[in-house]
Write a protein that binds this ligand. Structure first.
Ligand code: MF3
Ligand code: CO
Ligand code: CO
Length: 253
């Protein structure tokens, strides 16, 4: 956490976040078209960096607390923060989360999706589908007066009901002119607990759902988080704004 105080965005700032969010979504869509067997995660990174620069934006992850690349690429048992690498070549049946955060005119748009490389196993596809549905259900909880705990509860109830587990070590976060700020948004928890949502709050929801144990380990590179049992993990992320009457998803094309 770089900042603990809650920031409510003005109408003008929300318009900037809408631009950053749309940019992020478009970038992710472009990268999705490149996902296929034989492509390295470094190629995805380089395409992302090139497209981002060509459109006048910056890649937030590059140099962030020493992160060495422009996007995160998290394959199979990697939970999050996978580092793009020339030697890591996608193969038939993999799943890969691509997480992008461009900075557009000072505002951060943060979104990720998990993609299929060719045709993964039925079990892998089920995990990915459940994870996307977790995000959808979580977003449906967001409205003024709802509480942070409602978001995590919706995710945990559905994921665990489907026989999967929810990662504890990484949470959603406030985002705006700062990459990671208040509030923290856990993807597990209890209804009617936590901070009350108010119009102007902007944060991410980014559930990481595991096939086996929820426990993670960070590799020696200090970034790559993997499942402790090396079973699969999937993630989807949107940046959302609390509006007067509900929610607006900012990271849509
Ligand atoms: N985009 C990630 C998130 O959802 C953060 C990546 S930080 C990095 O919060 F340094 F690993 F890139
Ligand atoms: Co995020
Ligand atoms: Co992200």
């Amino acid at each position: 956490m770089e900042r603990e105080t809650l920031v409510l965005l003005s109408t003008r700032e929300l318009a900037k976040m809408r631009e950053a969010g749309r940019f992020a979504a478009n970038l992710l869509q472009r990268l999705a078209e490149l996902v296929k067997p034989g492509v390295s995660t470094l190629e995805l990174n380089d395409q992302a960096e090139q497209w981002t620069q060509a459109h006048g934006a910056k890649s937030a992850p590059l140099g962030y607390h020493g992160f060495p690349k422009s996007i995160c690429t998290s394959v199979n048992e990697v939970v999050c923060h996978g580092i793009p690498n020339a030697k890591q070549v996608l193969k038939e049946g993999d799943i890969i989360n691509i997480d992008v955060t461009p900075i557009v005119d000072g505002y951060y748009g943060d979104t990720s999706k998990t993609f299929y490389v060719g045709h993964p196993s039925a079990r892998a596809k089920k995990l990915v589908e459940v994870t996307e549905e977790c995000l959808t259900r979580a977003i449906a909880e967001v409205k003024p007066g709802a509480r942070i705990g409602d978001i995590g509860a919706a995710i945990q109830e559905y994921a665990e009901g489907e026989g999967f587990s929810v990662v504890r070590d990484f949470v959603g976060h406030g985002v705006g002119r700062i990459f990671h700020t208040a509030p923290q948004v856990p993807h597990y928890g209890k209804r009617d607990t936590g901070m009350r949502l108010r119009p102007g709050m902007v944060f991410t929801i980014e559930p990481m759902i595991n096939e086996g144990t929820w426990e993670v380990q960070v590799l020696k590179d200090k970034w790559t988080a993997v499942t402790k049992d090396r079973k699969l993990s999937a993630q989807f992320e949107h940046t959302v704004a609390v509006t007067e009457d509900g929610v607006e998803v900012l990271t849509l094309c």
